[in-house]
Design a binder for this molecule. Sequence first.
Ligand code: TRP
Length: 461
Amino acid sequence: MDGDEITIDPWGSAQSTDYDRIIEQFGLTSLDGWPLENPTKLHRRGIVFAHRDLDVVQEAQRTGDGFGVLTGLMPSGQMHMGHSMVVEQVKWFQQQGADVSIAVADLESQATRGIGLEEGRRTALSEYIAHYAAMGLDPEQTQVYFQSTRHAVQRLGFHLGKRTNLSEFEAIYGFNGETNLAHVQAPMVQVGDILHPQMEEFGGLRPVVVPVGVDQDPHLRLTRGLATKTNWFNIKPAPSVGLMISTSVHDENAHVFGRQPNGRLDKNKVAEVFQKIVEAVANLGFSDIISNPKQGHVHVPSATTRDRHGLRMSLLRLERNLGGLGLMAPSSTYHHFAVGLTGSKMSSSQPKTTLFLRDDVATVEKKIKRAFSGSQATVEEHRRLGGNPDIDVAYQYMMYFFEDDDAYLAELNAKYRSGHLLAGEMKQECIERAVAWMSHLGEMRDQTAHLVNDFLAEDSR
Ligand code: TRP
């Protein structure tokens, strides 16, 4: 129905898979046709389907400026195939030069799932980080930390709480008067997770990208809004030509602008700040700079959208020099959810719906044999009408997880659709690949077990 709004509940069990509408409603940018270097199978197959500000990351990569990737994990239960998708993407970003931060969301799982901090720590290490290591993350370039022990994360989250309110939480998450406050606090801690790598002691100003499933987008919207609200300088297209920098005076920088109790600003102090903006812009090579402190903006007529990133970075640096946080909104990418083995949602609390990374060969075989298939009711009909790989779980799992070779996958797809390949045969293909994949993972898990502690950040050992 038109006008029907999708709401995304990060803690809920229902997930919308209407990805086109999600893109439209939440203002994501489609990755369809977007240029990516050395894309993973998840990117090549449109499974990672949308982003926010990925171009900012790509620009940092192109110019050799650093960038970070951050993800978080709930240390509860066993890790399953669905979880592996983020690891694959984190590893890919790492290979492109990203430094990696991994938040163990122990505060969140304590508050929302009743998992004690000690238990959370054990599970994080033995189940999650063990698999991150096995899947090939580089411990040298990875910092795993715990929400509960990284005070900067909590402080930043608490501090930024000042820039939002319950109405915004209602709008973003659908909260109401009955909402448990753990669900108010957890997103604020996650805001701290996502933004803190930009602080000087955690790597400093740089783009940070967060690869997630769409269920986490509410947190990203919140975080992006909060980062932007703290900024002292904003860049917009100028009404005529070029770009316009405007200043935003708020509680935290009022003293820098000499704001008096009556709201007036101190002309001399404003002039000083504007002089610094002009210098920052001039340092980027612009000579035509029209500074208008009275109106509160600086116009750079020859600047184009391509200059925006460089301008923004130097203004954030200026903001930091003047005592501000200088935070940039995080970038993000979004992936589709793999279907559960039963054809419904994949869920760790329902073992039949997914493959756990520690399932043994017999279990893997059994689960795939019982998986939902996209075949016709009888073999004869299947031969005549063909099957539907779009809903065939065995095919889907090869596409999402187990088969790297695009050409081979396309062949399976065509043969299934035309009825040449039967559901049982597709399952057999999937079982072979899955068993090989899992056995390899198991071997790697043994080989990398001694590295698990090396993934821990210094404040987390
Ligand atoms: N809320 C996330 C989950 O439910 C975990 C998480 C905590 C996270 N902090 C994060 C994810 C930062 C991405 C980025 O799985």
